[in-house]
Ligand binder design. Sequence first.
Ligand code: OAD
Length: 308
Amino acid sequence: MGNTSSGKVFTPTIEEIIEKIEEPRDVDCLEKVAKIIAQSNHIVVITGAGLSTESGISDFRTKSSGLYDNLQKFNLPNPTAIFDLDFFKQDPYPFYALAKELIGKEGQYLPNTGHYFIRLLEQHGKLLRNFTQNIDGLEFKTGIDRSKVVQCHGTFETATCLNCSTKYSLDFMKQCLGLLSINGSTKEEIQIPKCNKCDGIVKSDVVFFGEDLPESYFQHSKSDLQQCDCILVMGTSLAVYPVASLPNKSAKGTPKVMLNRERGGVFTKERMDENDYFVGGNIGESCLLLCEKLGWEKELHQLQQKNT
Ligand code: OAD
């Protein structure tokens, strides 16, 4: 499956991704998972786009509703070209149209039960780190400490001129995308973000295929995975490397849990061992049930109330 130890982001060919089948939730397994979480004090959480679907943001690979099945309007050579640097340099428009949708209007997307569950792990002193592949920033809207989150695939919060490396803010990007007013007026149409200094194209600091992951990934991934006493994988197909290889990097015998609609990566029936657990169904409901079993419902409710 390619060089899975590389520090650059890449995905296997579609033939290499095992066909996905949605699975119902196994309640007995959920019970065991709650016990594991209760006993763990250094949990590594690995998240993907499936964590944010219940906030109204599409994931990438779910058939028909996923982003990669809905990019026909851009006439791309292939769906992942939207995150390809060479393609972007030729035609940045498709990426920016998608960026506009993903960034959304102020307050359009809010964290859901899954995001708050991770915040609760932090509140209970159990969260070692959340390695997120998401670029929507919803983790931070729960109030989680920034040091607890590694944004493996970068962020929309900053942007960089591809020519002279001048840095730009999210507000600059929002103005170009017609999401924020300039001197009181908002232009709805997208203007390709251009550098004020050299007129180069300004690219959001989102990691494209073939680009290096951020420094924070390399700083934390090895030591955290060696140190953790539980791995919780939520809402990812585990199809994109190097993040997909993280669950394999823990010490032998470390419990690994996946909360996802379908199995992926090391959580396929053939690859799982006695310390691995798969809980199917929607993350929001699984997390709510886990909160009930852990006695955290009141705190969950309080967090949700605070942020609405
Ligand atoms: P995918 O779209 O590949 O996987 C999302 C997973 O979440 C799928 O297995 C869904 O079945 C599952 N899912 C969706 N909603 C769910 C829900 N409410 N409850 C439970 N499961 C749910 O997204 P990622 O794995 O995040 O990279 O994709 C990884 C990377 O591929 C992205 O970061 C992006 C993309 O190309 C880059 O842009 C570099």
